[in-house]
Design a protein around this ligand. Structure first.
Ligand code: 4AD
Ligand code: MG
Length: 502
């Protein structure tokens, strides 16, 4: 017997050959004389089929009782089999059990969100989490490629930060040899220094915000990539952001169709993402929120969501009927998973239905000068099929480093990018105040300690230039691309308010 060990993703190149695959038992089903094992190895899943003979009777019985998630090496001949998961299967000649497992806590049946979060270290092995991990990987690869291919230099910025970068309310304090310092909310201020050395730079790392909000968009620890560019203006920044997002979407469409399929994400939604994106000033966005069109839209949405929830209920009833008749275990699992997903969707829909009247009121009563709230962003991003730039927010609502618009100093030269379909903000960015005196005044106004920012002011003392940049949140981006409801699934071990285990 050949000793050729391959990964499941390589089976298509080994049809007719004897191979070995190292993996884990996803599930199994035994008839009298035939046994089906679905094995996963991290690169995919395959079915391995064993027929009972006199010679292998003992091994056959051993495998029959092998528990879910036991680790094992399967050996056999690869054959094409359309009906099998992945399109190929293994005619098993033998299997070596590496670690027999009993009582794996996550079975193919339904589990609640809390249970799964508590068992996150095991839940990562599920198909859906596998797909999300792969999608995230592709997004991060595309992010790095974009900047590396466009003349940006990677600069790693510190995590221990002596002063606030994004407002003091969301600082995590840690003790630094007796001195209180913060965990970085952004690498931006340091990146500005690097941009004046290298011209075009980016940093990419974990970011910390003590957000006291338990929304589907907030983590306390998340990954942000931030480019910073010397000699650019706001229009130029928007163009970079537009091309950047398009390049990520293209990479996902090129590499992650199987993952999108597992996630039930229609690629057609992503194929719409092409320049030009929608561009709205903040003031236009406020007018939109006040408009009759938004009220009509929300009223319609309320009815649609009620109808959707009812339709999902019906689907669940149908799938539940099909379940006992399903022949293959993986078909059963697929149905069970579909039912679980539908239940979760109904839960989400019910919550949204309850919120719409309140969001309608918030939009109608929105006052110019405030930052857009989560529900306002949702509404604006639902009204457009493409991502939407909202630019020039009120100065009073924004960070101290943003540069006011010389045409109208009540607003700053900044932008947020809202992902479509209600996903809301995935990018925040701006032109930076590059005038020494104006920046000092703003630091005073904010009641920050100027001493903390002396080095930052130096950037305006020596060779100051117009510059700007933005930050993209990886988790929110992945949630949007995956079409999932909550960002907690987009990172292996999410950190949320009130949640730090495992
Ligand atoms: O809009 P933010 O706060 O911008 C900055 O931090 C700037 N310093 C970036 C820059 O100009 N260099 O955050 C940027 C992005 C948001 O658009 C969002 O995608 C993500 O970071 N983000 C979060 N993601 C998950 N959980 C949170 N609590 C987040 N807060 C921000
Ligand atoms: Mg923001």
């Amino acid at each position: 017997m050949s000793d050729q060990t391959i990964r499941i993703s390589q089976m298509k190149d080994h049809v007719g050959q004897e191979v070995a695959i190292n993996g884990w038992l996803y599930h199994s089903r035994a008839g009298g004389k035939v046994q089906f094992l679905v094995v996963r190895d991290g690169s995919g899943m395959c079915q391995a089929v064993m027929e009972k003979t006199d010679a292998n009777a003992e091994r056959f019985d051993q495998l029959k009782h092998l528990g879910q998630e036991s680790s094992l090496q399967v050996r056999g001949t690869v054959r094409a089999e359309e009906r099998s998961v992945g399109g190929y299967e293994l005619a098993l000649s033998d299997a070596r059990i590496v670690h027999a497992t009993e009582g794996y806590p996550i079975t193919p049946k339904e589990h609640g969100t809390d249970f799964l979060l508590k068992h996150r270290h095991l839940h990562l092995r599920s198909r859906r989490q596998w797909a999300l991990a792969r999608l995230r990987h592709t997004v991060i690869e595309a992010i790095r490629d974009f900047f590396n291919d466009n003349g940006f230099t990677l600069v790693d910025t510190p995590i221990f930060a002596p002063a606030a970068g994004e407002g003091e309310q969301t600082l995590f304090q840690v003790d630094y040899f007796g001195q209180p310092v913060a965990l970085a909310q952004t690498g931006q201020l340091y990146l500005e220094a690097a941009a004046l050395s290298l011209g075009r730079v980016y940093c990419f790392g974990p970011t910390f915000r003590a957000e006291k909000s338990k929304t589907r968009r907030h983590l306390t620890e998340f990954w942000m990539v931030e480019p910073e560019i010397a000699y650019i203006d706001l229009d130029g920044l928007l163009e970079v952001a537009e091309q950047f997002i398009c390049s990520i979407v293209q990479a996902v469409l090129a590499k992650c169709i199987p993952e999108l399929d597992i996630l039930d994400r229609d690629p057609a939604e992503l194929e719409k993402i092409a320049p030009p994106f929608v561009r709205l000033s903040y003031s236009e966005a406020v007018d939109l929120l006040h408009s009759e069109a938004v009220r009509d839209f929300l009223d319609r949405q309320l009815e649609e969501k009620k109808a959707q929830a009812a339709a999902r209920e019906q689907e669940i009833a149908q799938w539940s009927e099909q379940l006992p008749a399903a022949k293959k275990q993986w078909q059963k699992d697929k149905l069970t998973q579909q039912i679980q997903t539908a239940r979760e969707e109904i839960g989400e829909l019910t919550e949204q239905i309850g919120n719409i009247p309140h969001h309608r009121e918030l939009a109608a009563g929105f006052e110019w000068g405030k930052d857009l709230g989560g529900s306002d962003e949702t509404i604006i991003s639902q009204l457009h099929e493409k991502p939407t730039f909202v630019h020039r927010y009120p100065t009073q609502a924004k960070a101290f480093y943003m540069k006011p618009d010389p045409q109208d100093p009540r607003v700053v030269l900044n932008f947020d990018l809202l992902a479509p379909q209600g996903y809301g903000e995935i990018i925040g960015g701006s032109m930076r105040q590059d005038d020494y005196q104006a920046l000092v005044e703003r630091i005073r106004q904010m009641d920050y300690d100027q001493g903390d920012y002396e080095w930052y002011l130096d950037l305006r003392r020596y060779g100051s230039v117009p510059h700007g940049g933005f930050g993209l949140g990886v988790e929110r981006t992945v949630a949007w691309l995956a079409g999932i409801q909550h960002i907690r699934e987009t990172i292996a071990f999410p950190r949320l308010m009130g949640k730090i285990y495992p």
